[in-house]
Unconditional design. Structure first.
Length: 202
């Protein structure tokens, strides 16, 4: 995955005509940090790059930066496993997190994550989809700051919700001030895209 972190220089703030493009994450293998001039930041990883192979085909979907500067990336590995990895602010793999810097879990015949948030206690909430009995469920995991399933959350750290008995695919996750969790995405009665509806779960 290529991660681009841009810092605008003072002169760049006056260039209002430029279009800002959203960050795109492609796999969990490479991360890139750019300096304020748009050049690779040599203080991050090796000459601006971090390569982290989790042993399969990885895809990064979301990113969060902790208050201590450490970087959390959530995605999936192969078609069945959700993956979360953590890095130091300088790009080094945080080996104190999960197993050798990553948490990987097999959920179903198909699974992926789409969104992530950190709560006030540093716990990591990951929203994704997992297939259960031929249907796709909203799936929410909570990890401890150490990168293990928080078994005090839902059932063994995992909450699954199927909406209307169809194919449910979450897209975004927000934690309210009272700690309640909002997940929004799509729900379909069938595999046809034109049967999709907006879904919201709390």
């Amino acid at each position: 995955m290529h991660l681009f972190r841009r810092f605008r220089s003072p002169s760049a703030r006056t260039r209002r005509s430029r279009t800002t493009r959203p960050l795109q994450f492609e796999s969990l293998e490479e991360r890139t940090v750019l300096s304020s001039d748009g050049l690779l930041d040599p203080t991050f990883g090796a000459a601006g790059f971090v390569s982290h192979d989790l042993g399969g085909i990885e895809w990064g979907q979301s990113i969060a930066v902790q208050t201590d500067g450490r970087i959390v990336v959530a995605g999936f590995q192969d078609p069945t496993r959700l993956a979360v990895a953590r890095y130091e602010a300088n790009g080094a793999v945080d080996t104190s997190f999960g197993v050798n810097g990553a948490f990987v879990i097999t959920l179903a015949t198909s699974a992926f994550s789409t969104s992530m948030a950190l709560d006030s206690q540093g716990r990591i909430l990951v929203a994704g989809m997992s297939t259960n009995a031929g249907k796709d469920d909203f799936t929410l995991l909570r990890l401890t700051p150490q990168g293990t399933l928080d078994t005090t959350f839902a059932v063994g750290g995992i909450a699954r919700t199927n909406i209307n008995g169809g194919f449910s695919s979450p897209q975004s996750l927000v934690i309210q001030q009272d700690g309640k969790i909002l997940v929004t995405g799509l729900d379909r009665k069938s595999t046809r895209l034109n049967s999709s509806h907006v879904a919201l779960s709390r």
